[in-house]
Design a protein around this ligand. Structure first.
Ligand SMILES: Cc1cc2nc3c(=O)[nH]c(=O)nc-3n(C[C@H](O)[C@H](O)[C@H](O)COP(=O)(O)OP(=O)(O)OC[C@H]3O[C@@H](n4cnc5c(N)ncnc54)[C@H](O)[C@@H]3O)c2cc1C
Length: 405
């Protein structure tokens, strides 16, 4: 186990966490991370915020300096795409040759979903936002006065909308659903975020379905046509309509898939020598199968895989948490609110939180500029407890005492 050859496909958040953990817990064999991007592992959250606005320099995005890997004898191959997995031979193929493994970890992340080229998705000023290269490609379009249309009001679209306003752009967001953030948060939290954007001059159009992006004779998007006939003039379009888990290699290798690469609670795929973690992996969680797209999940699931490769045999059973920064609001979410039958609002000064319950059982807390409420909610969820829904909304009640922590 200690001397086994470990190869990770993808050199992002999950792969970096895997490698660091393996060395921390005493793995001594070769570790190779193979990533198709130009950079060593970096963090994506600043891409839609500081980096997009030019406020952070590229190397500060790197999760660890290059020396971290060399000092620990972790090989990071950048700009190297894995093209196939040979499970019988236990090798992966790259243009430079094949790399053998004893344990393979698929950390391939997710691809930004694009609009079809037939409706303008491939025009030169129509972008997606997933990688450093994506941001570098669009940065020169992010200029004061330019009109940006953002397709999709999920976290990425809304964070980019906030950055656009900070850059002095005219920002319109179109959302096909009847409200923003439908996949991610309940209606109360979404209403607060919507009001925040409106107060900063972002125009949000719900139930607005894009029909086509129209181009000028140079192949540049100039207008977006909506179903129903409305037309919106644009200088740049950003498509933020979610991601697709990167499962191509796993599929070609015959591994089980289920909304991503299907792993068990140890992080193992249908092949005992192949593991998976991060955005690409779906795992069993409290009676259902979920796939999370968050830094926390990439880090913790990859660390659990590292532990299990080394023989820990421990399940991965996270309390999911997530954050999003938009304008001056930090939204922090602990738990998953899907299935909530009741939501209680708590406001204390500028700190605001929404507590989602199924009956009396706490499912999630969404906290807006309320770090204390978030931490208490998260601790309660981690302990498997609840917090009285009758009292949580009363700002005069001490949350910590109420939670018994
Ligand atoms: C703009 C943006 C903002 C975000 N903000 C937040 C936030 O505020 N909070 C939060 O919790 N999360 C946020 N996230 C999500 C978070 O960054 C991801 O959940 C996390 O990066 C997932 O890590 P990962 O290692 O699974 O995938 P990734 O970080 O995507 O890494 C996967 C890597 O694998 C590479 N790869 C894929 N296939 C191959 C192949 N065949 N060969 C070689 N390499 C391959 C990919 O190119 C990529 O580099 C944000 C994401 C984005 C894009």
């Amino acid at each position: 186990m200690r001397s086994s050859r470990i190869v990770a496909i993808g050199a992002g958040q999950a792969a970096a966490s895997l490698a660091a953990r393996l060395r921390t817990i005493g793995h001594e064999g070769p570790i190779t991370l193979i990533g198709d991007e130009a950079d060593i592992p970096y963090e994506r959250p600043p891409l839609s915020k500081g980096y997009l606005l030019g406020a952070r320099d590229r190397t500060r995005l790197h999760l660890r300096a290059e020396a971290f890997y060399t000092e620990r004898d972790i090989v990071v191959l950048t700009a190297t795409k894995v093209t196939a997995i040979d499970r019988a031979a236990r090798t992966v193929a790259t243009a430079g040759g094949s790399v053998p493994y004893d344990h393979l970890v698929l950390c391939t992340g997710a691809h930004a979903r694009r609009l079809p080229a037939a409706i303008g998705g491939a025009l030169s000023n129509v972008f997606v936002l997933r990688s450093l290269a994506d941001v570098d490609a669009m940065a020169s379009s992010f200029v004061e006065g330019a009109r940006i249309l953002i397709v999709g009001a999920g976290f990425i679209g809304l964070e980019a909308a906030a950055s656009g306003r900070k850059a002095g752009m005219q920002v319109t967001v179109i959302e096909a659903e009847d409200r923003i953030l439908k996949r991610a948060v309940g209606p109360d939290t979404a209403a607060e975020i919507r009001a925040l954007h409106a107060s900063h001059g972002v125009e949000i159009l719900e139930r607005a379905r894009l029909q086509a992006i129209e181009a000028d004779q140079h192949g540049r998007a100039v207008r977006v046509r909506l179903e129903g006939g409305a037309e919106i003039p644009v200088d740049v379009v950003l498509v933020g309509i979610g991601v697709v888990p990167a499962t191509e290699l796993a599929a070609a290798a015959g591994l089980a898939l289920d909304n991503g690469i299907a792993v068990d609670d140890r992080g193992r795929t249908s092949d005992p020598h192949v593991w998976s973690a991060g955005d690409c992996a779906s795992f069993p969680w409290r009676g259902r199968r979920i796939r999370l797209e968050s830094v926390q999940n990439a880090v913790e699931q990859a660390e659990r895989v590292a532990d299990n490769i080394m023989g820990a045999d421990k399940p991965y059973d996270p309390v999911p948490w997530f954050w999003s920064d938009q304008f001056d609001v930090k939204l922090q979410i602990a738990g998953l609110s899907q299935g909530a039958t009741r939501v209680v609002r708590r406001q204390s000064g500028t700190a605001l939180s929404f507590w989602s319950y199924d009956g009396d059982r706490l499912l999630a807390v969404d906290a807006l500029n309320d770090g204390r409420g978030y931490m208490i909610g998260r601790r309660v969820l981690e302990k498997g407890g609840s917090i009285d829904p009758e009292q949580v909304g009363d700002p005069t009640v001490d949350l910590r005492k109420l939670a018994g922590i």
